[in-house]
Design a protein around this ligand. Structure first.
Ligand SMILES: Cc1ncc(COP(=O)(O)O)c(C=O)c1O
Length: 392
């Protein structure tokens, strides 16, 4: 990253008063607004300049009617996936949907029925559980394991559970919140196992553009025998466009695609967001340099936070995340219960961090910190936490 880009990302960014959930929603979600907002997963960085220009240009035309998503929008997305991820997809495999979570719900609705089971890998992003609950499906848990080498899938348990009958598995890749970038070998094992037991694999890859200096995330559709997998992805997380509500479900199998499209049409969810489409197209066309710089900036924040915790707060456990901009932190070593830590963070440290219980009961005593922000916010947050703990 050049110095001008670093200075641009580093510049203080006041988001208050911009309908911003992360900063304007502090009082609603945390009970007070004098906090550093290190929670919900969007970034405090300005998006790609060409995205802003494209939105402003389009906004000058005074009609914002129903939106056509053929042609340019699809080409830009296919181009990004090929250029950045070495993945070839056909333009007509893409179904547009308002959000990745919406797509998860549509997949459950389209591919399963009342008697079916859905498998998830806790601790994991809360709406994965909701996808099963909402439709009254049985939830099967294949918890991740933490050992001295980090977080892993438990393949023995996974196979036993798939064998017992699971219609759909929801994979998080990279994994939110534990931050793993799954290896090609791990992913191929998941694909092979789901194929063997007739399970449809839906891979939520919304964080796939964030790999912090190590290997890139292998996209599920780039693996062998992945024809019956569904890949959920979006430019909204990658380029800080979440308020524009736009995402893609990429489905190579014609039968699955037809079923998913029918469900989305029933819910009237196939109409696109005009500004989402404009922004996504510009981002996927012009966003390479920006994306590389943001990854580097977040990696430096991660390295700073890991070093700070090691030096000043060794009782807080954390595994440096390989992907995503989210740091999964274990506060159980403090000897406080979950709610005491929560109150300490809000009322003493004055920081807003996600509670681990959002990711399932395995997250009790854990908290998730968003590192996609200016370095000064990361420094101040860690210092505040240290002071709050030391002055107890
Ligand atoms: C794993 C994962 N999936 C989906 C989403 C949200 O996606 P969307 O806003 O497109 O519904 C998030 C947001 O944090 C996420 O972490």
């Amino acid at each position: 990253m050049n110095e001008a880009m670093r200075a641009w990302l580093d510049a203080p960014m006041d988001r208050r008063g911009t309908h911003c959930e992360k900063w304007d929603g502090l009082k609603t979600y945390f009970g007070r607004d004098d906090l550093i907002a290190m929670w919900v997963a969007d970034m405090d960085f300005p998006t790609v300049p060409q995205v802003r220009d494209a939105l402003v240009e389009r906004a000058k035309h005074p009609i914002y009617g129903y939106t056509d998503l053929s042609g340019e929008t699809r080409r830009a997305e296919v181009g990004w996936l090929a250029r950045r991820h070495g993945l070839r997809v056909e333009e007509d495999w893409i179904l547009y949907s308002p959000g990745v979570v919406d797509s998860l719900f549509f997949c459950v609705d389209a591919f399963t029925d009342a008697s079916d089971a859905i498998l998830v890998q806790p601790p994991v992003y809360g709406p994965f559980y909701r996808a099963a609950e909402l439709y009254g499906r049985r939830l099967v848990r294949n918890p991740l394991r933490l050992d001295e080498n980090g977080w892993h899938m438990d393949f023995e348990d996974l196979e036993a559970k798939l064998k017992a009958g699971v219609k759909l598995m929801i994979l998080c890749s990279p994994h939110n919140p534990v931050g793993r970038v799954w290896t090609r070998e791990e992913l191929q094992r998941v694909v092979d196992l789901t194929n063997r037991y007739g399970t449809i694999l839906v891979s939520d890859e919304i964080h796939a553009d964030f790999t912090l200096g190590g290997r890139r995330q292998v996209r599920i559709l780039a693996l062998e025998n992945a024809e019956r997998c569904v890949m959920l992805t979006s430019a909204t997380k990658s380029f800080n466009l979440a308020g524009l509500r736009q995402s893609s479900a990429i489905v190579p199998d014609a039968g699955l695609r037809k079923a998913l499209r029918a469900t989305m049409e029933r819910a009237h969810a196939t109409e696109a967001n005009l500004f989402g489409a404009v922004a996504q197209t510009a981002a996927y066309t012009h966003g390479d340099e920006w994306m590389d710089a943001v990854n580097e900036y977040v990696r430096e924040n991660r390295d700073f936070a890991v070093a700070y915790l090691g030096a000043h707060l060794p009782e807080i456990g954390c595994r440096p995340q390989e992907g995503t901009y989210l740091m999964w932190m274990d506060f159980t070593g403090l000897g406080l219960d979950h709610d005491e830590v929560k109150l300490l963070l809000i009322n003493e440290a004055r920081v807003a961090i996600n509670e681990g219980t959002f990711f399932g009961p395995e997250g009790r005593g854990w908290f998730r910190m968003n590192l996609a922000t200016q370095r000064s916010n990361v420094e101040q947050t860690l210092e505040n936490i240290q002071n709050a703990i030391r002055s107890r």
